[in-house]
Design a protein around this ligand. Sequence first.
Ligand SMILES: [Zn+2]
Length: 172
Amino acid sequence: MSIKADYLGMPLSIDELDGENLTYFKFCAEHNFHLQLCESCNLLRYPPTTACPWCMRAAAKWVPVEGRGAVHAYTEVQHAIQPAFKAFTPYLVLLVDLDTQKGRPSAQEALRIVGNLTTAAGKLAPRDMVERVGIGTRVRMVFSDVAPGLALPQWTIDENAEQPKPWRYAQT
Ligand SMILES: [Zn+2]
């Protein structure tokens, strides 16, 4: 069954043929983060796909994965393309290296999960929070409920983690 919802004025949909994403988001709707574990080479993968990017085999099982990591890269959006996002600028789009499987199968690899910076309640973060986050910030996963059956995995500052001084673009 497909998923259709509206998120801040944007239509979101997952087609019924996209079985991997339907399963992924079914777990997200329950605020559980699961990824596919290859039954051949035993590596996790992201985003959800039909075959393993490492060994090309299809057999995989869904396993729970801890949603913790550090910011690998970020974009700070100042000019919203979607009008509904205007009220939330500046907001952050984060690419986060999960702690799980970091450095495998090669030293430069990580499971890199995209999400916005949000409050612990899953609302897009206010400016004072945005300005504290940069490359290296420790974050934990939270979920933004969009509609029945759909929640988006997002990131918030991990207040219990020891925080490095994050790298940020020079501020003007
Ligand atoms: Zn594999």
